[in-house]
Write a protein of this length. Structure first.
Lengths: 148, 665, 129
């Protein structure tokens, strides 16, 4: 790493899991409303927040992600009735375990965002990016081979 | 190894203005698996699609990545395009570089970088895509309606009129449901039976409708388009073919007309004999013998009804019969009842015969009711002069006694009762104690105002604290007028309680059989509260009437029609295409723990004993089986599975992991 | 947190009831046997707590005339239980004066066994002002 690059502003790498029915559509709405959020956020489409296996999140941190956010339908609005409830419980447990392992709670988040909430999506992503940025680079759990 | 073609769309300037499209093409060209990459102004246009088809043929592409707008917009278009060129449509992935990239970023360098990463993730995913086939399942062109009230009747009529066969299963001896018990209906004050009876007769005579009265659904198996339902036809003890419905058996029985069993239809205000039709206009007009209360069945002696039946229709030997019928769709229209008031000692319902529920009042006001339509006190048969109505008895309660929801119909029917009473007996004083008067609906508030302005019904805001029956036969109602700040001890002759409604208690059992989800209040849950209000999340199950939530008759009828259209839409198809993105179980990894079946919202997972050959070791194992016709592809089972045996086609663990890897590279 | 906010939190905690659940149905007021003595009616307790008019509630006759008969607690359909709110208000006063505890030896020996414990506590709060 050259001295020049080191001086550059820290840009976090954020993986967002968005459910196909609400949050992904919310992200699309944020796009069509031109509500910007940092390019650091990369969205992965999943059918339901309940599809997000904890392994995916661990994998993301292992591969150098600095923050992971899971977005689903609002409680009670899940396209598949109950997927987001399972996600909520599962993530509550996972995040407390991650915190124990040194991955701060600020690096993980679950947010409910409907297909009509483009503004909320953009706001959430901006906030989350700021938060992760303030926490700096994630050094825990990272597979050293993945960092250059 | 896949041969992947990447196509980057400019979308005019929508993408190209912020993303250096040419650079994206250059950078993804050397990704693993990519054999072809190109850009075009409008990928979704005819010419753009032509380009894709040509490339598929020329380079023998096995996978496509389209970097364009959201997959929610054009995924279907590009899948159809792939299919045209002979490529499996599920080998297409879309990288969303418009809504989630070019439109939200301003810096061209940054946006281009992100577009490349998104394209890489899609390429990595396509590398692991497998061709998926949409399954097909046949549709049995027959519908089942559970419940023969106004909701079930209307649904059945609408389906039958569209040309499909419908069966109605009703557990009571007659169809008609609650509405047949009512006197008049709001806000027009039509007589309930005048508008319902013709519909009941129509159901009975419709060539496409089969009625199973005095019957219950016993077992349901199968899935959308292919349900197998066992219906128990309870022994009626009266031969359907022979009975002419003359009614002799009921009038000339051992106790004559009176009978000694509280009539369910008249809410216990009148007695009935053991052989009975619930009401005069019953459909079918064939009585049943209530075997629990029949002297012949209890003691073996009597048999009077068999002797007097002119057509020899009484058959004591009849047995319950179970028929199995195939259906394509099932409508739940199980309706409602009012809550049990045992927990509300303060209203003295069990203590005093002159404290009645609204539905009992309906019977008392009905010309065919126990008093022939004369409103009288049940204790001394005198006409009440001072009547108090109490609203929200058990509704809007947040404790363990009542229901948390508003029962929705009480405000309106109370105004109706008040007006009807004032119409017939103008010297009656009526007081209504309310918490809020809720009358949204066409001509509803006008209706309520009419009760106040024209009929001078006394509305007082304040829930009643206690109802105190007095030794002299009168009743004192203790309440507070919250607006005037007064405590009131109102002396009256009759108290009418607007008891909360609740779903028919039997609905829980039916919902379990259908794997239809149900909420905390035992109302059936709709697939989407706003956009799919008459469908259950379980495919092929539809909702009609009060079973879904409190509603009045006009709403019930409109919902019944909506459910019927949904059913017809399903039955009109010869074959159902099934979503190929379904869960799959790796039987070698599955340990049969049932975790997946517990989280599955659709009941799509069953267990089966299979012979497996695990590295030469032959054994029988209990493993999960996914019914792909039921599976909607939510993936709840995949994240719940402790052994990793469950995976979701199209969004497999490996595919998502590889996307994560590509993004975090 | 101001003193007032703290006290209101304490009231919610002691009473275990959420004043925001009240829908002003007035069943408590209808049931109240001390109605004529109450300058603030039971159905108003919740709004006093919500508004933070604690001083007024403490200074009211109602807070001390409440008989702790539990009719409102028994019948409240929303689980707000105004009687408990008033009881908790008394407790706040008792605590402010210090010595909010009762020595075991002060409890009379001869008490009917089937008296609800809550009633005793309420009575002590009321009469030991």
């Amino acid at each position: 790493m050259s001295m020049n690059e080191e001086k550059k502003e820290f840009r976090p790498l954020i993986v967002a899991f968005c459910c196909n029915w609400c949050s992904y559509a919310g992200a699309d709405l944020a796009g069509s409303s031109r509500l910007s959020y940092p390019a650091d956020v990369k969205i992965i489409r999943v059918p339901c927040s309940g599809r997000v296996n904890p392994m995916f999140i661990l994998r993301a941190f292992e591969r150098g992600a600095d923050g992971v956010i899971i977005c689903g339908c609002h409680p009670g609005d899940c396209h598949y009735s109950t997927g987001n409830y399972y996600a909520r419980r599962r993530m509550a447990l996972l995040f407390s375990m991650l915190e124990y392992m040194g991955i701060e709670n600020g690096r993980t988040r679950v947010e409910w965002c409907s297909a009509a909430e483009g503004a909320k999506f953009s706001k959430t992503m901006n906030e989350f990016c700021e938060k992760v940025k303030s926490l700096g680079e994630n050094v825990r759990l990272g597979d050293l081979r993945c960092k250059n | 190894m896949q041969k992947i073609g990447v196509f980057v769309c400019h979308c005019g300037t929508n993408i190209a203005a912020t993303v250096d499209v040419k650079k994206v093409v250059e950078l993804v060209r050397y990704e693993p698996g990519v054999v072809f990459a190109d850009d075009y102004m409008y990928m979704c246009s005819e010419a753009g699609q032509e380009k894709i088809i040509e490339a598929i043929k020329e380079y023998g592409l096995t996978g496509l990545v389209i970097c364009s707008c959201s997959p929610r917009m054009h995924e279907k278009t590009f899948r159809a395009c792939a299919e045209k060129a002979g490529l499996n449509p599920y080998m297409v992935e879309v990288a969303n570089i418009r809504e989630q990239c070019s439109w939200i970023h301003k810096d061209k360098e940054e946006a281009t970088k992100k577009a490349v990463i998104l394209a890489r993730a899609a390429i990595a995913k396509v590398n692991l895509n497998t061709p998926l086939q949409e399954g097909e399942s046949p549709v049995t062109k027959r519908a089942l309606v559970i419940g023969g009230g106004i909701a079930g009747i209307q649904t059945a009529l609408d389906i039958a009129d569209a040309g499909y066969e419908v069966d109605i299963v009703e557990k009571e001896p007659s169809i008609g449901g609650r509405m047949s018990q009512f006197d008049k209906t709001f806000p027009t004050l039509d007589c309930a039976s005048c508008i319902l009876t013709p519909k009941m007769v129509e159901v009975n005579q419709h060539p496409n409708i089969t009625l199973y009265t005095y019957s219950e659904v016993e077992k349901v198996s199968g899935y959308v388009g292919n349900f197998d339902v066992d219906i128990r036809k309870k022994a009626r003890s009266v031969d359907f073919g022979k009975c002419t419905g003359c009614g002799e058996c009921q009038t000339k029985g051992p106790l004559g007309k009176i009978g000694n069993i509280p009539s369910e239809f008249d809410r216990g205000l009148k007695n009935r004999p053991a052989i009975y039709m619930p009401f005069a206009q019953a459909v079918p007009a064939v009585p049943v013998i209530d075997r629990e209360n029949c002297t012949y069945f209890k003691t073996g002696k009597c048999g009077v009804c068999a002797k007097i039946c002119p057509s020899k229709a009484v058959d004591y030997e009849q047995q319950d019969e179970i028929v199995t019928v195939k259906y394509g769709a099932i409508v739940v229209a199980t309706g409602f009842d009012i809550i049990n008031l045992d927990k509300y000692g303060e209203y003295a319902y069990n203590e005093c015969p002159d404290v009645i529920t609204s539905i009992e009042l309906e019977r008392l006001m009905n010309a065919a009711g126990p008093t022939g339509g004369h409103l009288e006190r049940m204790s001394d048969h005198k006409a009440p002069k001072e009547i108090v109505f109490i609203q929200c008895v058990g509704s809007r309660c947040d404790d363990d006694k009542g229901k948390p929801y508003c029962s929705k119909v009480c405000c309106m029917y109370t105004a109706k009762h008040a007006m009807l009473i004032k119409d017939h007996w103008p010297d009656t004083n009526i007081t209504v104690f309310y918490i809020d008067v809720r009358t949204p609906g066409k001509n509803f508030d006008e209706f309520y105002r009419r009760a106040v302005e024209q009929y001078h019904v006394n509305y007082i805001k304040g829930q009643v604290g206690k109802v105190k029956p007095q030794p002299d036969g009168s009743i004192i109602v203790q309440a507070a007028d919250l607006l005037d700040g007064k405590q009131i001890n109102k002396k009256c002759d009759m108290v009418v309680l607007a008891a909360a409604i609740e779903p028919n208690p039997g609905v829980r059992k039916i919902a379990t059989m259908l794997t239809a989800s149900i909420d905390n209040n035992n109302f059936l849950t709709e697939a989407h509260a706003k956009l799919r209000p008459v469908e259950s999340p379980t495919a092929g199950i539809f909702l009609s009437g009060m079973a879904q939530g409190p509603k009045d008759i006009p709403e019930t009828v409109s919902q019944a029609g909506a459910a019927a259209v949904k059913v017809v839409g399903l039955l009109a198809k010869d074959k159902l295409k099934t979503n190929p993105c379904t869960a799959q179980c790796d039987t070698l990894l599955c340990n049969g723990c049932s975790t997946c079946a517990n989280v599955c919202p659709y009941g799509a997972i069953t267990y089966e004993d299979v012979q497996v050959n695990d590295h030469g070791l032959r054994e029988t194992r209990r493993v999960a089986q996914v019914n792909v016709a039921l599976c909607q592809g939510c993936g709840a089972c995949t994240s719940a599975c402790p052994s990793g045996a469950m995976d979701l086609q199209g969004f497999s663990n490996r595919q998502i992991t590889t996307e994560v890897d590509a993004i975090c590279r | 947190m101001t003193e007032l906010e703290k006290n209101i939190e304490i009231i919610k905690e002691i009473s275990g009831s959420d004043p925001y659940k009240c829908m002003r149905c007035g069943k408590c007021t209808a049931s109240c046997p001390a109605y004529s003595e109450m300058d603030i009616k039971p159905h108003q307790f919740a709004s006093y707590i919500i508004r933070g008019d604690l001083e007024e509630l403490i200074d009211s006759k109602a807070a001390w005339k409440c008989l702790s008969c539990f009719a409102c607690i028994e019948r409240c359909p929303r689980d707000v239980q105004p009687g408990k709110l008033v009881d908790a208000t008394r407790q706040i006063v008792a605590r402010q004066r210090g010595g909010d505890y009762l020595q075991p030896e002060e409890v009379p020996e001869l008490l009917a066994e089937d008296l609800p414990q809550q009633l005793l506590v309420s009575a002590f709060r009321r009469y030991r002002r």
